[in-house]
Design a protein around this ligand. Structure first.
Ligand code: PHE
Length: 357
């Protein structure tokens, strides 16, 4: 029995992993294990022999079982130590800023504009980019034969042969969102609608897809004075200057009456734009008082309510503010350009902290 004991304790101590240990357990204590067989022999012994051999054998069995358990725990500890040694991670290492994406200037500028108008009580409205010709044109007082339809270089969607309803269009401006917002919210309302618009045009200052921001306020007793204040506030906040001077130039849009194009006083020095000073004027948006027919198309009674509306070219003012020379680069997905002109993901524009820092 001493021999058995030495052999199995040595085997337990020598087992290199759990599988080897299990083999030792089976050889000793398994159904056909050596110790188990010896236990079975007890039945055939005389009572005197059994009284001596029985307790010894039981003690041996217990000793081997606890040696197995201890070894098993030791192996598990060693395995854990090993994992802890190899699978560590230094959480104090600096991040990898070059691997981060950046926020596209268009997205950044949309957030900036939204923050400014939200502060004036405007909420964000949306509409589809594939629009019916009624929303894109008719409801905005642009009838079928109106020259604006061709001036806007519209993309038309195809209809199946034999379907001669008017085709849908890729919206040529964000103004159709005016109609949708009026229909959904009724008066009074204040909304802005940033988004993509499409016109068939391509050169250094035109891309077939670009971005506009529509603004619409409808209330009792609104006038051009409210429009002017609102746009001046916006421009001051957006360009982050104390003073910004705007020039309202009489113009024509079918959906506003009267209409004005708005220019911003600025100077160009060494390719640098300065807003609020100098002798240059930069056209930045179209605007006016909402045409009564447009209010009607939005189910609003023009004898009770007035509205003002404006449409800003987002790409255009993004280029102005951040000194970006070529519009087409906005949509080239050139990583070097995106890293240079992009914004950090966590720099969310807010008015109190400064829009662009
Ligand atoms: N929709 C006009 C355009 O795309 C801009 C505009 C919007 C003008 C609202 C007046 C009022 O040119």
């Amino acid at each position: 029995m001493d021999d058995l004991r030495d052999r199995y304790l040595a085997a337990v101590a020598g087992a290199a992993d759990e599988a080897a240990l299990e083999e030792v357990r089976l050889a000793a204590l398994g159904k056909k294990g050596e110790i188990s067989l010896k236990m079975r022999e007890l039945g055939g012994m005389s009572p005197e022999d059994r009284q001596i051999a029985g307790p010894k054998l039981n003690a041996l069995k217990d000793e081997i079982a606890s040696a197995l358990a201890a070894r098993k725990a030791a192996l598990a500890d060693a395995a854990l130590d090993d994992r802890l040694r190899t699978e560590w991670l230094d959480v104090t290492l600096p991040g990898r800023p070059r691997r981060e994406g950046t926020i596209h200037p268009i997205s950044q500028v949309m957030e900036e504009i939204t923050a400014i108008f939200a502060d004036m009580g405007f909420s964000v409205a949306e509409g589809p980019q594939i629009e019916s010709d009624w929303y894109n044109f008719d409801a905005l007082n642009i009838p079928a034969e109106h020259p604006t339809r061709t001036e806007m270089d519209t993309f038309y969607m195809a209809r199946p042969d034999g379907d001669d309803r008017p085709p849908h269009v890729l919206r040529t401006h964000t103004s159709p969102v005016q109609i949708r917002a009026m229909q959904h919210q009724g008066a009074p309302l204040r909304v802005i609608a940033p988004g993509r618009v499409y016109r068939s045009d391509y050169d250094q200052t035109h891309t077939p897809m670009f971005h506009q921001l529509e603004g619409l306020a409808v209330d009792r007793d609104l006038s051009m004075a409210n429009l002017k204040w609102c746009l001046e506030e916006f421009v001051r906040a957006f360009f982050e200057v104390e003073k910004a001077e705007l020039r309202f130039r009489a113009s024509h849009f079918p959906f506003t009456e009267p209409s004005a194009e708005v220019d911003l006083r600025c100077s160009w020095k060494d390719g640098q734009l300065k807003v609020g000073e100098g002798d240059s004027w930069m056209e930045i948006l179209g605007s006016g008082m909402v045409h009564p027919k447009v209010l009607q198309a939005g189910n609003i009674d023009p004898s009770q309510f007035q509205g003002f509306a404006f449409g800003i070219g987002i790409d255009r003012i993004a280029m102005l503010k951040y000194g970006i020379p070529d519009l087409r680069a906005f949509f080239d997905s050139d990583l070097r350009w995106l890293r240079h002109y992009g914004f950090a993901g966590l720099d969310v524009p807010t008015l109190h902290r400064g829009l662009s820092r």
